[in-house]
Ligand binder design. Structure first.
Ligand code: SF4
Ligand code: SF4
Length: 101
């Protein structure tokens, strides 16, 4: 079976999985989902309490955590859905118009 990392524009049709199904985990990391973004979340670290509530809600795992603190967004993968804005109980995240980080 062909691996997702080996699929590219030169891959013949017969090399693809039926229905384009992906059988491996973690393949989203290979896609720059941030390029689709039309709105962009912005963190205010003065307000953030590092409660981590936003982290598991992000469908693109675009909120990195290090040493018990959340870091700035991974804008390569953040697609701007706004879920993190909704779940933050401290209003530490706002959405700005446009896809630029
Ligand atoms: S806007 Fe959506 S994709 Fe981006 S960090 Fe927030 S929850 Fe994740
Ligand atoms: S939910 Fe809000 S306060 Fe909690 S870590 Fe995320 S941005 Fe910070």
């Amino acid at each position: 079976m062909i691996r997702a990392k080996d699929i590219n524009l030169d891959t013949p049709l017969e090399g693809l999985t039926p229905g384009g199904e992906i059988y491996e985990g973690g393949t989203a990391a290979m896609v720059n989902t941030g390029s689709w973004r039309t709105n962009t979340p912005v963190i205010d670290f003065e307000k953030c309490k590092h409660c981590m509530l936003c982290v598991p809600f992000c469908p693109d795992v675009a909120i990195p955590v290090k040493d018990g603190k959340r870091l700035d967004f991974d804008y390569l993968h953040c697609k701007g859905c706004g879920i993190c804005v909704t779940v933050c109980p401290f209003d530490a995240i706002t959405m700005k118009s446009g896809g630029e980080a």
